[in-house]
Design a protein around this ligand. Structure first.
Ligand code: HEC
Length: 130
């Protein structure tokens, strides 16, 4: 391999590396995986569009905790005092009753960080009218 060819090869690899970065970031957030998890793990108690045992989750991302109109929350959720974002959802979903002792969400938690990420990603894309 002569020097000029090697240079071109490394330049090309570098370029691929650059192009690859956003693709990897997008991969870390896969709403299809999140939707499947939502359907298998959450829909016993939740729907996106209406309250069931748990509050409706369409539009939960960016909503103040414990604030969906028409749902009766525990004081724990009502007084949580934060807005749902990636970090809070991740903490809650890893162990609802550890993160917010006193919550009525009887769910053991999602152990795998990828599962929580995918689910949070899915929820972040579901607006209040979904
Ligand atoms: C066994 C029933 C049950 C299951 C399963 C369950 N939840 Fe819940 N969830 C609840 C209840 C009940 C509440 C209200 C808790 C409270 O008032 O303390 C709640 C509250 C929440 C909240 C807070 C919403 C708000 O308006 O502040 C989020 C977010 C949430 N659940 C997400 C999920 C996700 C995601 C899953 C699936 C991984 C899930 N839940 C599985 C029953 C459940």
């Amino acid at each position: 391999m002569n020097g000029r060819y090697a240079f071109q090869l490394f330049a090309a690899l570098g370029l691929l590396g650059l192009i690859n970065l956003p693709a990897q970031a997008a991969e870390a957030c896969d709403p299809a995986v999140g939707q499947k998890l939502f359907e298998t793990r959450c829909t016993t108690c939740h729907s996106l569009a209406e309250h069931k045992v748990g509050p409706k989750l369409g539009g939960v991302f960016g909503r103040k905790a414990g604030s969906a109109p028409g749902f009766t929350y525990t004081p724990t959720l009502e007084q949580a005092g934060f807005t749902w974002n990636t970090e809070k959802l991740d903490a809650f979903l890893s162990g609802p009753m550890t993160f917010l002792p006193g919550t009525a969400m009887a769910f053991g938690g999602l152990r795998q960080a990828e599962d929580r990420q995918a689910l949070t990603c899915f929820l972040s894309q579901q607006g209040p009218n979904s």
